[in-house]
Design a protein around this ligand. Structure first.
Ligand SMILES: Cc1cc2nc3c(=O)[nH]c(=O)nc-3n(C[C@H](O)[C@H](O)[C@H](O)COP(=O)(O)O)c2cc1C
Length: 211
């Protein structure tokens, strides 16, 4: 007898909370700064986020509905990804407020915009790592029947990388020491990367690959 709980998302999950986000988790957070054509700044977290390509480095995140970040990137073709860390968790959370486009979430969250090197969008000065990105594709997501959904995948090529020197140990990026936060499920769950959660495992026959 199968003791698994089964549901078809299209018919509803039947549980107190949708488990989808909790299962595909914890997820890295795309903390995205962007700029409107009017020059106004925007900052918001997106946990439907990941890296998808090595050469060139491509990252992507998805907007559930047409939000300010999507509109800005459509208009300017640029954005910056900022690393969300435990000391910045509350500010990251404050930056997700559903504020009108004219509201600058940097101000709302008490953060400092600092100029990027290549793109015109500033990065979060307090964040130890940032990727300057040029938008490579915006894809409206379809369902399995080929019908358009209200999800938009925004892809960007990383054209500039900023790393705090404190996170380079003998030149090697110190993920375990980064205090990176990750989004879990439910209304409020997050995880923090800690040194004691690291374990190592090498691939059997492919010592040269980085992927
Ligand atoms: C940790 C976290 C992750 C989020 N992930 C997403 C996401 O993946 N997609 C999305 O559309 N909204 C996501 N949101 C909600 C947006 O941040 C929120 O709608 C925000 O107001 C959008 O800002 P914008 O309109 O300035 O782009 C997330 C919020 C939080 C706190």
């Amino acid at each position: 007898m199968d003791d698994r709980y089964f549901y078809q998302p299209a018919l509803g999950h039947g549980l107190p909370h949708d488990p989808f986000n909790a299962i595909v988790g914890p997820r890295p957070i795309g903390w995205i700064s962007s700029r409107g054509v009017d020059g106004g700044l925007n900052l918001a977290p997106y946990s439907f986020f990941n890296a998808f390509n090595y050469t060139p480095p491509l990252i992507g995140f998805s907007s559930q509905g047409r939000k300010d970040t999507l509109r800005n990137i459509e208009q300017t073709g640029e954005f910056v990804w900022n690393l969300a860390t435990r000391p910045l968790a509350e500010a990251m959370n404050a930056s997700c407020a559903p504020a009108p486009p004219e509201v600058d979430e940097f101000v709302l969250a008490g953060l400092t915009p600092t100029p990027s090197t290549i793109v015109k969008v500033p990065r979060v000065a307090e964040s130890p790592v940032a990727f300057e990105c040029r938008c490579s594709q915006i894809i409206r997501l379809n369902n399995a029947a080929g019908e358009p959904t209200d999800g938009w995948l925004i892809m960007g090529e990383v054209v500039g990388v900023h790393i705090a020197q404190t996170l380079l140990r003998d030149g090697v990026y110190d993920t375990a020491g980064s205090q990176t936060i990750l989004r879990g499920g439910g209304p409020a769950d997050y995880f923090e990367i800690k040194r004691d959660s690291l374990f190592r495992m090498r691939r059997p026959d492919y010592p040269k690959t980085d992927q």
